[in-house]
Design a protein around this ligand. Structure first.
Ligand SMILES: [Zn+2]
Length: 89
């Protein structure tokens, strides 16, 4: 019974780890339940963070901003977007 509890607990942790890398936590939780939490955890370790997750971190740390015209990331100090030429005011 305790083993079952830890199996579920580690599957939930795999879900949270996948979520922190920008993937669906629910999907990885189900994957961990079906295969095993160890296989699920190794899978989340191998996967690199999604582009969305990397961009969100760049904005959160204040290194970059999103261009309102082309929605690409540019440096915070940029006055002109390098992707579309939009001028920041
Ligand atoms: Zn732009």
């Amino acid at each position: 019974m305790e083993l079952f509890f830890f199996y579920i607990l580690f599957s939930v942790l795999v879900g949270f780890h996948a979520d922190s890398k920008g993937y669906s936590g629910i999907n990885f939780f189900v994957l961990a339940i079906l295969l095993s939490p160890i296989i699920g955890f190794i899978t989340t370790l191998i996967l690199s963070p999604t582009t969305e997750e990397i961009e969100d971190k760049e904005i959160a740390t204040g290194n970059k901003k999103r261009c309102p015209e082309c929605v690409e990331l540019v440096k915070l100090d940029a006055s002109v977007c390098k992707h579309c030429g939009h001028t920041f005011t």
